[in-house]
Design a protein around this ligand. Structure first.
Ligand code: NAP
Length: 293
């Protein structure tokens, strides 16, 4: 536990709601592991106060901020600079203090990439299935296209949304590697072995008995399934992947590493794998506590 004094640096989270966030736990644990005089606080911000909040944060010498729902796009006009990946995705979740304002990054996607890499999952040359075409799945599509994936099939319940995301990503990277499909047409996927990234909200607690696709023959094509959901810890999608013979992961490490990367950007340090693992164990305990409440 740090003792707050005149040299304490402040970071925080801007969003609405912020009550259930794990970010203070991630960053305050990292600060303690790094022996940094830094405190991280959640800030509940109403929509009409967002501009004042960001100007105020800069005026108050705040070192860095996370941005969560519903402000990941609204924040962009308020930045002095934006990282290229975040600009392409059109969503920012991390603000880093610069001389004239805050620079925006998307550490959600950098976090997903690092989380997958620590499990030995690489995107380069992979045939990938992305389930969903909402904010998270759209960002995953940009991430896969910018990291050398082979073909990317983007399956969504609403075909028009999948087509829109595929057009945007293909246009951005001058490619045709993203193929949009209606989710119910999954049986038309070429017979290959895929990395599947689950980016719909289906299966999120309390609807834990649901998966976006139930058909067992679909899961036989999946060698690795990565669900962005982490509550429940094992989703129905993950169980289906395992029953089909594949490896399955949840989104908790993505959440961990988006925080780790934000912390590294704010403090210009490298967090070791053992420190990240320690924070991960604390997150697991917190989630188990929440489930048992
Ligand atoms: P979103 O923009 O609301 O998108 C929801 C997606 O789910 C859409 O593609 C939607 O399809 C699909 N969907 C919803 N209900 C469905 C149903 N009954 N059947 C089939 N598809 C359905 O949400 P988001 O922000 O992208 O978030 C998606 C998930 O990612 C959430 O569960 C969130 O928890 C998770 N996430 C995790 C992290 C992390 O750090 N681990 C970070 C971000 C997000 P339609 O287009 O047809 O409506």
């Amino acid at each position: 536990m740090i003792s707050i004094n005149g040299k304490t640096r402040t970071c925080g989270l801007v969003g609405n709601p912020v009550e259930h966030t794990l970010s203070p736990m991630i960053h305050n644990t990292l600060a303690s592991l790094q022996d940094h005089n830094l405190v991280y606080i959640p800030f509940l911000v109403e929509k009409e106060k967002l501009i004042e909040a960001i100007k105020g944060a800069f005026g108050l010498n705040i070192l860095g901020m996370n941005v969560t729902i519903p402000y990941k796009s609204d924040i962009i006009p308020l930045l002095c600079e934006i990282d290229e990946l975040a600009e392409n995705i059109g969503a920012v979740n991390t603000l880093v203090r610069m001389e004239d304002g805050f620079k925006g990054y998307n550490t959600d996607m950098l976090g997903l990439l690092r989380a997958m890499n620590t499990e030995g999952i690489l995107l380069k040359g992979e045939d990938i299935i992305i389930l969903g075409a909402g904010g998270a799945a759209r960002a995953v599509a940009f991430l896969c296209a910018s990291n050398g994936a082979n073909r990317i099939f983007l399956l969504n319940r609403t075909l028009e949304k999948a087509e829109q995301v595929a057009n945007e990503v293909n246009h951005c990277f001058h490619t045709s590697s993203i193929v949009p499909m209606k989710m119910s047409d999954h049986h038309l996927l070429p017979d290959k072995h895929y990395l599947a990234i689950q980016g719909t909200s289906v299966g999120l607690s309390p609807n834990i008995s649901e998966a976006p696709i139930e058909d067992k023959s679909f899961y036989k094509k999946i060698h690795t399934g990565y669900d962005l959901i982490y509550n429940p810890v094992k989703t129905k999608f993950m169980s289906n992947v395992e029953q089909g013979g594949g490896r399955a992961f949840n989104g908790l490490k993505m959440l961990l590493y988006q925080g780790v990367i934000a912390y590294e950007l704010w403090n210009q340090v490298s967090i070791s794998e053992s420190q990240a693992e320690y924070v991960y164990m604390q997150m697991m305990k917190e989630i188990e506590k929440k489930i048992n409440e």
